[in-house]
Design a binder for this molecule. Structure first.
Ligand SMILES: Nc1ncnc2c1ncn2[C@@H]1O[C@H](COP(=O)(O)OP(=O)(O)OP(=O)(O)O)[C@@H](O)[C@H]1O
Ligand SMILES: [Mg+2]
Length: 283
């Protein structure tokens, strides 16, 4: 909250009030400080494809930001560059966190589970790679499965799970590392509408509880509006950011929000930005 507003609301400050306000201000300062900034980022793949051109993007601590745009506009490329899976051809990506503070987790569109391994072994994988034995990691694995509401399936194999359950395992595998930045590339793209909607609600509840910074890629404008603080609209040829829309609606967001005028206004605005971008493609 801006300082001016505090002053207007409460002109007389007791010592306790001052302390409380300073505390609140510092929390706000943390919440609104940038986590990662992309500054004029280009990405040209070795075959000459210009995937991104001049992308500017700033993601704030604790923010839920979605990237939407047509196939091929570079959404996954942005996410991969942020994850350090590849380098920008031009421009800069800088983190305000140190390497030690930054705990990144990546959730892919495909659940990408190991078919020969049980649920518990799949979720154990990132900890195993860090050298933690199953017995040492067991409590954390159960907690991650509990967070995504998956209990009693620990010994099952991926083939014995529904699509929604596989995705929950994939998210548990990301959460078991206790990330503070969650990168999600169309995680619910392959799911039916009901399952997607349930997972959206669960994800947003977890995000509120754990204060992760989430960068979420989706084709689905409704999903982006439902989940996000901010929707970044991208266009193709070349991949670029064409608009950023702040979704001013309180959390928790529920079915009433999904059916509200405000919700459909935001969706309409994003559709309009996407159509505008298509008609003004550069190349
Ligand atoms: N490794 C690569 N080598 C060459 N070109 C690539 C590579 N990866 C992506 N591209 C190209 O870069 C552009 C952006 O791809 P990207 O996968 O980032 O798009 P996207 O917005 O995630 O698309 P989708 O919605 O279909 O997943 C596309 O033209 C794609 O063909
Ligand atoms: Mg993609």
């Amino acid at each position: 909250m801006p300082l001016a507003l505090y002053a207007k609301e409460t002109p007389k400050l007791s010592a306790v009030n001052v302390f409380f306000r300073l505390l609140t201000l510092s929390v706000d300062a943390v919440m609104f400080s940038p986590v990662v900034t992309l500054n004029q980022v280009d990405k040209v793949y070795p075959n000459g494809t210009v995937a991104l051109q001049g992308v500017d993007l700033e993601v704030l601590q604790g923010e839920f930001v979605s990237l939407v745009g047509p196939s091929g506009c570079g959404k996954s490329t942005v996410l991969k560059l942020i994850a350090g899976l590849g380098q920008a051809s031009e421009g800069e990506i800088y983190w305000q966190m140190t390497d030690a503070e930054r705990q990144l987790a990546f959730v892919f569109q495909d659940a990408a589970l190991m078919p020969w391994a049980s649920v518990i072994d799949n979720v154990h994988l990132p900890l195993k790679l860090k050298g933690r034995s199953l017995s040492a990691a067991r409590a954390d694995i159960y907690q991650a499965l509990h967070l995504v509401d998956l209990q009693g399936v620990e010994k099952r194999y991926p083939r014995q799970l529904s699509g929604g359950m596989k995705m929950r395992v994939s998210i548990a595998r990301a959460l078991v590392t206790q990330p503070n930045v969650l990168l999600m590339d169309e995680p619910f793209g392959a799911l039916d509408e009901m399952t997607r909607s349930k997972l959206n609600s669960d994800l947003v509840n977890l995000w509120q509880q754990y204060h992760w910074t989430v960068i979420f890629v989706t084709h689905n404008i409704y999903e982006a509006v439902y989940l996000s603080n901010r929707v970044v609209v991208m266009a193709a040829h070349p991949g670029r950011v064409v608009a950023e829309i702040t979704i001013e609606a309180p959390y928790p967001r529920d079915d009433a929000f999904r059916t509200s005028h405000r919700f459909s206004d935001y969706c309409r605005e994003i559709f309009a930005q996407l159509s505008l971008a298509e008609t003004t493609a550069i190349a």
